[in-house]
Write a protein that binds this ligand. Structure first.
Ligand SMILES: *Cc1c(COP(=O)(O)O)cnc(C)c1O
Length: 386
């Protein structure tokens, strides 16, 4: 009998979450009320940043961060090729040019030496992506940023709850962005956050999120007009989150430690099970980082297999294992191709892409599902060894 489909990722919503949302629906404010501030305060406190700004999704968070960093026409921003398109799209939104620096073949994260090679007089910022939840080499990236006066925006969509050298992700760079899409660590349906400890950036983020409009007396040109008065200081967007979403976010945040602990537990079980499996390489963990395990990615040792990634992928799918591939190198996407990006620019990323498969990992996964995934993968791989 075929076992029930196990997705690669899924939210965990409980009665407390549902009640929190219902309470807002019965209240006076559905948006721009106190739940927004409360979520921001609790989130900032959790990661250890001075400020947190809610925003409609993780992509908008990246867009806002690029705006706050002053990215404009012709500016270059260095990011990773193995990521979701949003990590690079945000640069294009601002008129800038994403530049892809190759990954480290061991960690799958952006390689600091490759970042250095791509710096030009037009480089303005670096967007490191903490792939699968394992933090990038931030010490080296900050060193480069200082040397060339660049802004660092961490794309931490995978890394809420992760630590780098004992510090929480969200507390260490100019800005850090998060996503609350249902497959991420906590969810608000759609939602995002930017954390920063710099007041100037914080104020820019607030402006950008709400049309470029402010009532903040400190920023107004005309401070005497009256209590109704506001000014639009720049061209912003409506990128706000609702109180309904923020109430869910507050409730989910309370469970984040439990969610991350369970993710780490499942990842440890996978590491153990696949460590000696011929044909598969398990994710490498750096000693000074503590991943929050958004994804578990196995790398196939294709030279030891009779078949390719596609065949293994299809065999697992047939057995109802919700496999996925994260990610197609961004510059392979036809839109990027149309902008002139060509294959061959990031050797390690392209090589990894050929052999990677994401397997199911989410906190509510039952141990019997974990064991089912392990047995199925071992069977499929063993049956296809040369
Ligand atoms: C999910 C994700 C985003 C975008 O977040 P959304 O909330 O879906 O807009 C950006 N970068 C990475 C690496 C992601 O995984």
């Amino acid at each position: 009998m075929k076992k029930k489909f196990i997705p690669y990722g899924k939210q965990w919503i409980d009665e407390e979450d549902i009640q929190a949302v219902v309470d807002v629906l019965r209240s006076d404010y559905l948006t721009t009320g106190h739940k927004v501030e409360e979520f921001e305060e609790k989130f900032a406190e959790y990661v250890g940043a001075k400020y947190a700004v809610t925003i409609s999704n993780g992509t908008a968070a990246l867009h806002a961060a690029c705006y706050a960093a002053g990215i404009g026409d012709g500016d270059e921003v260095i990011t990773a090729p193995i990521t979701f398109a949003a990590s690079a799209n945000c640069v294009l939104y601002c008129g800038g040019k994403p530049v892809f620096a190759d990954i480290d073949p061991k960690t799958y994260n952006i390689d600091s030496e490759e970042i250095r090679k791509h710096i030009t007089s037009k480089t303005k910022a670096i967007i490191p992506v903490h792939f699968t939840g394992q933090p990038c080499d931030m010490k080296e990236i900050h060193k480069i940023a200082e040397e060339y006066n660049l802004t660092v925006i961490e794309d931490a969509a995978h890394a809420l709850g992760a630590q780098y050298q004992g510090k929480n992700i969200g507390s260490i760079s100019d800005m850090t962005t998060f996503s609350f899409h249902p497959v991420k660590h906590i969810t608000t349906g759609e939602g995002g956050m930017i954390t920063t400890s710099q007041k100037e950036l914080y104020e820019k983020l607030l402006l950008f999120r709400s049309h470029g409009i402010t009532r903040n007396k400190e920023l107004l040109h005309n401070k005497e007009e009256g209590p109704w008065y506001y000014e639009q200081l720049d061209l912003g967007y409506n990128y706000r989150m609702t109180d309904i979403q923020c109430a869910l976010g507050i409730s989910q945040l309370r469970k984040l430690d439990k969610f991350v602990a369970r993710r780490r537990e499942i990842a440890a079980r996978y590491n153990e099970a696949f460590k000696n499996l011929e044909g598969v390489t398990v994710p490498y963990q750096k000693e000074d980082t503590n991943s929050s395990w958004h994804l578990y990615v196995i790398k196939l040792e294709l030279e030891k297999l009779k078949v390719g990634r596609k065949e293994i992928f299809n065999l697992l799918k047939e057995k109802n294992i919700g496999v996925n591939v994260h990610y197609i190198p961004v510059y392979y996407l036809p839109y990027y191709k149309s902008l002139g990006y060509q294959k061959g620019i990031c050797y390690n990323a392209e090589n990894l892409y050929e052999s990677m498969i994401t397997i199911p990992l989410f906190p509510r996964m039952r141990s019997e599902d974990v064991e089912n995934v392990i047995t199925t993968i071992c069977d499929v791989v063993n049956n296809n060894l040369i």
